[in-house]
Structures are given as structure tokens and as C-alpha cells.
Design a protein around this ligand. Structure first.
Ligand code: PMP
Length: 285
């Protein structure tokens, strides 16, 4: 059976799930989105994702034409209709169809789209052995230009960085902010472990406030490890005992090499391992 996509208030087969070519989501990347995980048929941290979606929408003057309980129901219905037990949900709100000009006031009918599908994960060996990443020259968007806290449909900043990373043979890339500090990766937040402390850039370094990042901060408290949200430089990365990335799709993934430098022992570290175990328990039981 064809995938059922939720669009415009109802579920339709994938082939019939279409939007206008005048939609400013397409013409200008004018819209917001979320990427969520489904574990055991249940959407993980749905409320947190919806809160971030509404915050993103508010920041771009976009009114989501539904309320939170309606969207909760729509997401759950879409997951159920597609029989997704373990998978991924993409939730998109576009500005809607307008004219060819930029003016968002000419757009009517924001489109709410929900796709529930299976997920393509990083290959297992990356989780076993760790990733190698590189710092790229594409600077993370300046928060005063397009705040990375807004999960907007305009992901070109991240895509350009991803291309640079891939050209260097890496599946993820580290982006610095306009001050040259460590910001985040193209689709993941970054953490370091140094002297039994967990370090991660603060939100005002110009990053997305990741849901998985928040979960890891909560899990670190269970391990009685202090988490410091402080500005970090590449030097901090190079001297770290451990490094790992977090994201809804990647979950927790160890990093063992950055810019050709070996991080810590060159193998996924014990803190990363303990957090991963706790994360698996939190999501899969
Ligand atoms: N940073 C960026 C730029 C991202 O796109 C994502 C993935 N949505 C993340 C961080 C991780 O966020 P989350 O844990 O909410 O998936």
C-alpha cells in the first residue's frame, strides 16, 4: 500500500500529496519543520518538538492553522495509518501559496504536511567505531541574520556545509559560528567530554536547541556528570577525551577524529557509551 501523507487536514496517498508551485515554502524556503522519531509506535518527545515548531513559526510570523492537540492527533493518526513502529516523522508547515514576490501577506493557506516513514540510519559501523568529521569553511548562519534556533525550511547553510564535509570524505561536518566558536554539525548538536565534565555550546552560540541535546543533558544528571554549556573552540575539541553528536535521526553517535586529529583514545569513549545505554533505555522501553 502506498504511504499515506497527512496534508490539508486529511490523509492521502503519497502520489496525491501535492502543494502549489507558488507555495513560498518552495519558492523561498519560507516555512518551518520538525524531524521526530517513533519508537515502539510512540512519537518520542512529541510535545517538545511541537513547542519548538510553534516557537519557530512565531519567530517568522507564521500562524500554524491548527492547535497543539489537533496536531498531536494528526501526527499520531499518520503514524498509525502507516503502521510505523520504529521510524521517522517529518512535520512541515509552509507559508502557503502566494505571488512570485516575497510578501508573505499575499500567501494564504499555510500547508501542514506530515510524513511518517521508515528511517535510514547511519551504518552500524559508525556507532561501533565512531565518525570522522571535519570543520568546514561555511560559517553557521549569524543569529542576527537567520537565527539557527529557527528550524526553517531554508537549510542551505547546512547543505553547503554538508557538501564541504562530504567532499572531504565525511558524513557530518562541524560548523563554527561567526565568532569562530564551535556551533554545531549540519544536522546534529555536538558534545565534548573533558576531565569528567560534559561540555556543549550554549544556545546563544547560534545553534538549534536540539531535543536530543536536551535529553542528553537530562541523562548526564543521572550519571552525576556536570554539564557545562559554554563557548567552545576547536582547541577544546582537539583536546577532548570524547566527542559525540546528538540528533533525532542519529541519536548519539561517537566522533573519534576531527580535522585529522584523533580524539581521546581514538575509540568511542566510556561516557558516550553510558549515555548511549541510558538513551536506548529511555527510548526503547
Ligand atoms: N542541529 C541541526 C542544525 C539540526 O538540523 C538538528 C536536527 N533537527 C539538530 C541540531 C538536532 O536536533 P534534534 O535533537 O532536535 O533532532
Amino acid at each position: 500500500m502506498s504511504l499515506q501523507i497527512w496534508i490539508n487536514g486529511k490523509l492521502v496517498p503519497k502520489e496525491d500529496a501535492t502543494i502549489s508551485v507558488y507555495d513560498h515554502g518552495l519558492l523561498y524556503g519560507d516555512g518551518v519543520f520538525e524531524g521526530l522519531r517513533v519508537y515502539n509506535g510512540k512519537v518520542f518527545r512529541l510535545e517538545d518538538h511541537l513547542e519548538r515548531l510553534w516557537d519557530s513559526a512565531q519567530a517568522i510570523w507564521l500562524e500554524i492553522p491548527m492547535d497543539v492537540p489537533e496536531l498531536v492527533n494528526a501526527v499520531n493518526e499518520t503514524v498509525r495509518a502507516n503502521g510505523i513502529q520504529d521510524g521517522y516523522v517529518r512535520l512541515v508547515v509552509t507559508r502557503g501559496a502566494g505571488t512570485l514576490g516575497l510578501d508573505p501577506n499575499k500567501c494564504s493557506n499555510p500547508q501542514v504536511i506530515i510524513i511518517a516513514d521508515h528511517i535510514t540510519l547511519y551504518p552500524d559501523h559508525f556507532y561501533q567505531n565512531g565518525l570522522e568529521i571535519v570543520t568546514v569553511s561555511t560559517t553557521r548562519n549569524h543569529p542576527a541574520a537567520l537565527n539557527p534556533r529557527i528550524k526553517s525550511l531554508n537549510y542551505l547553510n547546512n547543505i553547503l556545509a554538508k557538501i564541504e564535509g562530504m567532499q572531504a570524505g565525511c558524513v557530518e561536518a562541524l560548523m563554527l559560528n561567526h565568532k569562530g566558536e564551535v556551533a554545531e554539525c549540519t544536522g546534529d548538536n555536538i558534545f565534548l567530554v573533558h576531565n569528567q565534565q560534559i561540555l556543549t555550546p550554549p544556545i546563544d552560540a547560534g545553534i538549534l536547541e536540539g531535543i536530543t541535546r536536551q535529553v542528553v543533558i537530562e541523562l548526564a544528571a543521572k550519571l552525576k556528570l556536570p554539564v557545562r554549556e559554554i563557548p567552545l573552540t576547536r582547541h577544546d575539541v582537539y583536546i577532548a577525551d570524547e566527542c559525540f553528536l546528538t540528533g533525532s535521526a542519529a541519536e548519539i553517535i561517537p566522533v573519534v577524529k576531527v580535522d585529522s586529529r584523533t580524539i581521546g583514545s581514538g575509540k568511542p569513549g566510556p561516557v558516550t557509551g553510558d549515555l548511549t545505554t541510558l538513551f536506548r533505555t529511555a527510548t526503547r522501553t
